[in-house]
Structure formats: C-alpha cells, structure tokens
Design a binder for this molecule. Structure first.
Ligand SMILES: Cc1cc2nc3c(=O)[nH]c(=O)nc-3n(C[C@H](O)[C@H](O)[C@H](O)COP(=O)(O)O)c2cc1C
Length: 206
C-alpha cells in the first residue's frame, strides 16, 4: 500500500494551476489503486517560516536551548516525518522569478538536515531518503523546456538537486508551461500535463 505526500506551494489558492494539477495527480494515483493514505502540505497558504538568527543554529546542529529553537526543530521533525512516511511525493511548484516560490524553498530548508536526511561520508554527500518516487508539477508563465529561455530555468535543476541531495532520485517532471501566452495556449498545456499525469498514475500502479 502507498502513502502519498502532496505538497502545494502557490500563493494563488484555488486559482492555482499547479495546485489543481497536484489534486488531479493524486486522483490519478488513487484511480489506479493501492493508495491508502494522502498527506497534504500546502506551504502556499500556510507558509513555512524563513530561517532566522533564532532558528538557523538549531536546524544545523540539533541543539535546542530556546523556545524558538524547540519550535523550529519540532516543525522540521514533523515535515521530515511526513516525507519519511511517503512512498510517492507529488510537488506543485509554480515558477516564481525563474525559480521556486520562497515558501517551497523554506520547506526544503527545514527538511535538508545533516545526519537525518543526508550525511557526509568519505565519498561525499549521501541522501538518506531512498526508495521514494517524486512527481513534480511545474507551472510557468513562459516556455523554458525549449527555445531561448531554456538557460533561465532555475526551477527544474534546483528541484532535481534538492530532491537528489536527500536521496530522491526517481523524479518525473510534468510541466504546464505557456500559462501567460493566452487562454488557448494555457488550456492546451494544462490538458497535456493532465494526460501525462494520468499515464504516470497507470505506470506507477503497474
Ligand atoms: C510572483 C510571480 C513570479 C512569477 N515569475 C515567473 C517567471 O519568472 N517566469 C515565468 O514563466 N512565469 C512566472 N510567473 C507566472 C507563473 O509561473 C504562472 O502564472 C504559473 O501558472 C503559476 O502557477 P500557479 O497557478 O500554480 O500559481 C510568476 C508568477 C508570480 C505570481
């Protein structure tokens, strides 16, 4: 049986393209059977706090002396716990200023913890969350998968690096691009992403 962690990160709430596609991806996984639990984490509407001088040290060292440090470690442990429980992670990532939303980056700041989700060995860094699959849905106003703006994509390589660093290397990216190119282009891209997600749902169930 499979546990799915669905993470959404758009600031646009119910209007979010990536949020809608994350919900559809979860439905596609469910439709193909085997999903017994879905954990949801919406960092768009319920943002993870940015690291501050009061919290950064505790997350790096694990040492807790103050209430702020205790709260930061508790949140980090909770987010890592959700990740550990998940067999499949579905992430909705809108492109904001060529990268990921700061709320999603903050989520990664809380889950990339030395000795817990990765470690440094004599062979270099090693991710400790192995055997998981991720589906990353990227919504974008423009077109970055081909053409002149390709080099400006700081979203997909960053997400691949962050997930890979903690051991999640089985990642499929589904892009809903050209959202700013008018209603027809937008609908066409969403329909193509939807088709891809339903094929992924079938493949993961097989
Ligand atoms: C703050 C902000 C920054 C954005 N920056 C970019 C960008 O750099 N490149 C781009 O192609 N689209 C950009 N967009 C457009 C979004 O990526 C696009 O509307 C996408 O569909 C948003 O996903 P969502 O509907 O899930 O929120 C930006 C949108 C916002 C709100």
């Amino acid at each position: 049986m499979t546990t799915v962690l669905a993470i959404t990160s758009s600031a646009s709430g119910a209007q979010s393209v990536s949020g809608r596609l994350v919900a559809e991806a979860v439905e596609a996984l469910k439709a193909n059977g085997g999903v017994d639990r879905v954990i949801t984490r919406d960092v768009g509407s319920d943002p993870i706090p940015h690291l501050t001088a009061e919290t950064v040290g505790a997350l790096r060292t694990g040492e807790v002396k103050t209430e702020a440090e205790r709260a930061a470690i508790a949140l980090s442990d909770q987010l890592i716990g959700e990740l550990r429980e998940a067999d499949v992670i579905v992430i909705g990532a809108p492109m904001y200023n060529f990268g990921i939303p700061s709320t999603l980056k903050a989520w990664f700041d809380y889950v990339l913890r030395a000795g817990i989700t990765f470690r440094y060995s004599e062979k270099g860094p090693e991710g400790l969350l192995k055997g998981k699959r991720a589906i990353v849905i990227e919504s974008r106003g423009g077109l970055y998968s081909e053409g002149p703006a390709q080099a400006m994509d700081s979203q997909e390589p960053h997400l691949r690096t962050l997930l890979g660093f903690i051991g999640i290397t089985d990642v499929v990216f589904v892009r809903a691009e050209r959202q700013g190119f008018g209603p027809e282009a937008s609908a066409e891209a969403v329909a193509a992403a939807r088709g891809e997600l339903s094929r992924i749902g079938e493949r993961l169930a097989a």
